[in-house]
Write a protein that binds this ligand. Sequence first.
Ligand SMILES: CC(C)(COP(=O)(O)OP(=O)(O)OC[C@H]1O[C@@H](n2cnc3c(N)ncnc32)[C@H](O)[C@@H]1OP(=O)(O)O)[C@@H](O)C(=O)NCCC(=O)NCCS
Length: 205
Amino acid sequence: MKRLAILGASGHGKVVADTADVCGWQSVVFFDDAWPAKARNGAWPVEGSTADLLTRLADFDAVLVAIGDNRIRLEKLAILKAADARFARLLHPAATISRHAVIQDATVIFAGAVVNAFATVGIGCILNTGCSVDHDCVLEAGVHVSPGAHLAGGVRVGQASWIGIGACVRQSLCIGSRVTVGAGAVVVTDVADGVTVTGVPARAI
Ligand SMILES: CC(C)(COP(=O)(O)OP(=O)(O)OC[C@H]1O[C@@H](n2cnc3c(N)ncnc32)[C@H](O)[C@@H]1OP(=O)(O)O)[C@@H](O)C(=O)NCCC(=O)NCCS
């Protein structure tokens, strides 16, 4: 029996758990700091907080963090790593991933996502439903590419940046760290660290 623990009993966590199901994980259990008030997440039980998970790592074959906030997800991953947790990597069977792409641990790739040749995706990333990450893109740790967002070839995205739903990024651009690209934006220039951009063409707000 393959047993997976997921930290973060959120809506995003439900999609991660559902993806784990189809990837062959037979047992999925959540942990969340809202426990015991939150005792279930959809079809799955919540069995404790972050502190409880740290005492129960030996009960699981691997762990994942399903927290949408990129900064918090990376913090929780660091805490788990310091405790020698083993991280899973979930690649939905309905995602299309080049065999020449490199996908690091603790990353989840949902149904319909496409990752093309020689893209590299760092630890703890979320490639959400139906997004695309084209050839030679480099995504650092903790990046979230939201549903239906598209990165053209050779785009670099810095740590903990968030590409909003339906956004597009033109080829070969550099998106800094902790950037937010708003829903539906079309990014046509580089974006500096920590900046939020929206609109078509995308401008800082
Ligand atoms: C960009 C974003 C982070 C800004 O959120 P916020 O700081 O709460 O900003 P507000 O909603 O207060 O909006 C601030 C202004 O920006 C505008 N704005 C916000 N998001 C925008 C967008 N995506 N495109 C164009 N304009 C936008 C608002 O209309 C508002 O304009 P106003 O000041 O003239 O009224 C957010 O709107 C967004 O796009 N988030 C991405 C959501 C997403 O991808 N979800 C998928 C999760 S899987």
